[in-house]
Design a binder for this molecule. Structure first.
Ligand code: ARG
Ligand code: ZN
Length: 877
């Protein structure tokens, strides 16, 4: 067997043949589904007669093939592992094929598969070729008609894209429904669902007065978990009308919840398919974070109807065209309906931890990659989140109004087309009159740019000189980097007045908050008429996805935390202050020196706790220390034990010093009102729970009782899960064990709650946890075939329990590698994702490096899927 080969962006050619219309008939059967396809095909005029017709197809058993009604002779075509070639075809013709597929044996969850007894599909990126022979590429767009035939009893509900146009009974207790989707679409947006499902229905009137029926389809027991998703959908539809002028374009919009799903959700035209974890909520089963995640994902998939479906990608290298833009859209939506600064803080905290790590590792790739082996490996934080940061920079650069003109232009000009990132940025350039030539490097250059900044205040001349230097580190395949166009939003905060000072740059007055443009490798900015010594507040709102170094003193940071007018930077100043203190403690731990708590950190926290907070959600964020993963991201060499010890020490130090404040905050924010996933309530809960976590860090006896009461009160899942987590992570097994048992028994019937039950246990910092992971893998509620379970148990352990995953004896690595090897056969996409923590071996000490590489080599010795192959090769390159 030859090694999987990369494909290159530079090899892109338009398709020789296009499909204008696709007519499908599915005769469903778990082991042997028959798929008939009638394709209306035309040769592109630029291609000569005699160009063979090449169709993608995997794991299909061809039963029949005919052109214009004439069955083909065996020598007229050829079927291989990857598809079908017909040697000679007319200029325009009808191709009929019939294939057999086996949904029950499809554990990769790509193509047509079964989940909890129902049939469903996942076609992005290349799943449609597992359903029928087809030019399975996004630049081939056809109108679809789909007839689904199923068992009247087992599959009373038969769904596909568009509108239902016909239904009827068939012999043998079978029935059918025919769906017509008038909007031409690429194959990756095809969807089919069939099963015993119930629906919740609602309606939406669009801005032009059209009535749209909204349906959410679920298993019967989940009918009471759809309210929030439905409300979110309606809000998203309204928001897209108001913010982007985008109206929904079919009479029916459906969402289906399925239990087995590789990702969060999928934007299939008119029939979004969701991982049940991304759509179902109930106060008793879902946390605030889950409610907010559902809101964001429902909006994200809905927004794709324009940014993705009406205007789609020419090829998969352009994936960020739809994903980066749509993530930006869903982030803005969530910011608008919740607290904007908190949303930004959460997004950036996640981004700087996870995307920065990806960008610094062996799988670092540009937002528009120029080659890949397996596109399924490119649904990454870089494509999604860094892509969204680039769109955000564009939006800030051109301003709100020009951005809207640019997006209007983009949607109008390219409606019904498959386009490129240049097309998108071109519209923004046209609408704003700005030049984005240098800016485009953000799409082609991998790696996180670093800005080293310093400044000098000249008292005599009332000048502040700011010097910025940028550098992007080498990444695999890109040793040299060019300077980027980096927008740096800033203010100068006067140390006397505590206020933002008026800014004058090169004679121009700019208000108190402005954006400077770093385009050179090194650039100097001279602010004049600076009446007092300032502390610069740089990169406000995280105005560019970069690492910013400035030699702030701890006093500067405490000052910014108290005075910065930018909420994001106020938070960030606190994070930087904590990181400096943590650095000292990490060093002390490594050197075996006694740890001493920095009083300046205690003081900064005291100020926060004793002020009357105007925004409790922000306060909760400010009181949260950087995560172990983010601390690790700052270290030259990751020492998981020192990081854990240092962070624990700070948490305990703060709890000891500020015990009464935390206790007061807890009590002040207790709330018996019926649960609602609303910003005000969520803020109170998060503040209360942060306080409880500090108190539990010292296992304060009052706190243990409060945690126990909070668990037993059983008021909502946010509080229950938090209390249970604190107890399970403490040494109080006398309370934790019975609580865990009760929780596990109460929710044994609910897979989404059991996922949380797994996650709570495997994040325990105590050293016995690996045995617990093994034990839980044998639990009847666990299954390697269900991606949510794999993520909840193995993924959570490997990614969120650093001290135990990185055990010095390598047992954590071994467990992960064993799981990857098994999953490689079952579900390559999930297996490849799971490998990620091992690929970061270079960040650890030599012994751990050897152990991690050893496991990667053990994986490499297997017969690998292209997905796992690509990752392991990169990691060991
Ligand atoms: N387009 C989907 C979304 O972000 C994700 C599809 C993921 N597909 C995959 N093979 N991983 O909304
Ligand atoms: Zn998406």
């Amino acid at each position: 067997m030859s090694e999987p080969q990369p494909i290159f962006l530079s090899d892109y050619r338009p398709p020789a043949y296009r499909v204008t219309r696709t007519e499908l008939t599915f005769d469903l059967d778990p082991h042997a589904t028959r798929v008939k396809a009638r394709l209306h095909i035309e040769r592109h005029p630029e291609h000569e007669a005699g160009t063979p017709l090449e169709l993608d197809g995997e794991r299909l058993v061809l039963k029949r093939i005919a052109i214009d009604g004439q069955p083909l002779e065996p020598d007229e075509y050829q079927v291989g592992e990857a598809g079908l070639v017909v040697h000679r075809v007319p200029k325009a013709f009808l191709l009929d094929t019939e294939v057999e597929i086996a949904p029950d044996g499809n554990t990769a969850l790509s193509g047509l598969y079964r989940s909890s007894g129902m049939f469903c599909t996942q076609c992005e990126a290349e799943g449609f070729r597992r359903i029928t022979f087809y030019p399975d590429r996004p630049d081939v767009m056809a109108s679809f008609s789909t007839t689904v035939i199923g068992d009247a009893e087992r599959e009373p509900v038969l769904l596909s894209n568009g509108n239902p146009v016909e239904r009827g009974e068939l012999p043998g207790e079978r029935h059918f429904v025919t769906w017509e989707d008038p909007h031409p679409k690429p194959s990756y947006l095809f969807a089919l669902v069939a099963g015993d499902l119930r629906k919740v229905e609602d309606a939406f009137t669009t801005m032009s007065g059209r009535d749209v029926t909204l349906q959410i389809w679920v298993e019967e027991e989940n009918l009471d978990k759809t309210e929030h998703a439905m409300a979110s959908l309606k809000r998203a539809m309204r928001w897209d009308e108001q913010t982007y002028g985008r109206e929904y374009d079919l009479d029916l919009f459906m969402i289906v919840a399925v239990n087995d799903f590789n990702m969060g959700a999928m934007e299939n035209k008119g029939l979004n398919i969701f991982n049940s974890a991304a759509v179902l909520t109930h106060p008793r089963t879902a946390t605030d974070a889950a409610f907010q995640r559902v809101e964001g994902i429902v909006a994200h998939e809905y927004f794709h109807n324009w940014s993705g479906n009406r205007v789609t990608c020419r090829d998969w290298f352009q994936l960020s065209l739809k994903e980066g833009f749509t993530v930006f859209r869903d982030q803005c939506f969530s910011a608008d309906i919740n607290s904007a600064p908190v949303k930004r803080i959460e997004d950036v905290a996640f981004f700087r931890t996870a995307q920065f790590a990806e960008d610094a590792g062996p799988t670092a790739h540009p937002v528009r990659p120029d080659h890949y082996i397996e596109i399924g490996n490119f649904y990454t934080l870089t494509i999604y989140e860094k892509g969204a940061e680039i769109v955000r920079m564009l939006s800030n650069l051109v301003g709100k109004e020009a951005f809207r003109r640019g997006s209007d232009l983009y949607f109008e000009r390219f409606d019904g087309q498959a386009v490129t990132i240049e097309d998108f940025v071109g519209c923004m350039a046209e609408a704003s009159g700005q030049d984005f030539e240098q800016f485009m490097r953000w799409y082609s250059q991998a790696g996180t740019p670093q800005i080293d900044a310093h400044g000098e205040y000249d008292y005599a001349n009332a000048e502040y000189r700011l010097i910025l230097r940028q550098r992007t580190p080498a990444t695999p395949g890109q040793p040299e980097k060019q300077a980027l166009h980096i927008p740096v939003r800033l203010g100068l905060v006067g140390t006397k007045s505590g206020r933002d000072l008026p800014l004058t740059l090169e004679g121009e007055t700019l208000g108190t908050d402005t954006v400077i443009h770093l385009r050179e490798e090194e650039q100097e900015f001279l602010f004049t008429e600076v009446s007092e010594a300032p502390v610069p507040s740089l990169l406000r709102g995280f105005s560019a996805p970069v690492k910013l170094h400035f030699p702030y003193s701890r006093e500067d940071l405490a000052f910014l935390q108290a005075h910065d007018t930018d909420g994001f930077n106020r938070w960030d100043a606190g994070q930087r202050l904590s990181l400096l203190a943590l650095d000292d403690l990490i060093a002390a731990h490594r050197n075996g020196v006694e740890k001493v708590m920095d009083p300046r950190v205690v003081e900064a926290f005291r100020v926060l706790l004793e002020a009357q907070p105007d925004d409790k959600a922000i306060l909760a964020q400010m009181l949260t220390l950087p995560s172990e993963a983010y601390i690790a991201e700052q270290q030259p060499l990751v020492d998981v034990d020192a990081i854990h010890a240092a962070r624990t020490f700070v948490r305990q130090g703060l709890a000891l010093a500020l015990r009464d404040d935390f206790l007061r905050i807890y009590r002040e924010n207790q709330d018996d009102a019926p649960y609602a996933p609303e910003p005000e309530q969520i803020a109170r809960r998060s503040l209360k729970n942060v306080a409880l976590a500090y108190l539990m860090a010292i296992e304060d006896e009052d706190a243990v009782q409060l945690a126990r009461e909070q668990f037993e009160a059983d008021h909502n899942m946010t509080d229950v899960r938090h209390a249970l987590t604190l107890l399970v992570h403490s040494s109080r097994s006398d309370i934790a064990d019975p609580a865990l048992k009760t929780f596990g028994e109460t929710w044994a019937h609910d897979p989404l709650v059991m996922d949380q039950w797994f996650a709570i246990q495997v994040t325990r910092p105590q050293p016995d946890v690996l045995d617990r992971v093994r034990f839980l893998m044998a639990h009847p509620a666990f299954s390697l075939k269900n991606p949510n379970k794999v993520r909840a148990l193995i993924g959570t352990f490997a990614n969120q329990n650093p001290v135990n995953f990185h055990r010095a004896d390598g047992a954590g690595y071994r467990l992960l590698a064993d799981t990857v090897i098994e999953l490689n056969r079952l579900n390559p996409e999930i297996a490849a994702r799971l490998v990620t923590p091992l690929t970061h071996w270079a960040r650890f000490d030599e012994d751990r490096q050897a152990l991690m590489k050893g496991e990667l080599e053990r994986i490499r010795a297997e017969k690998l899927s292209p997905n796992v192959y690509e990752l392991v090769e990169k990691a060991l390159a």
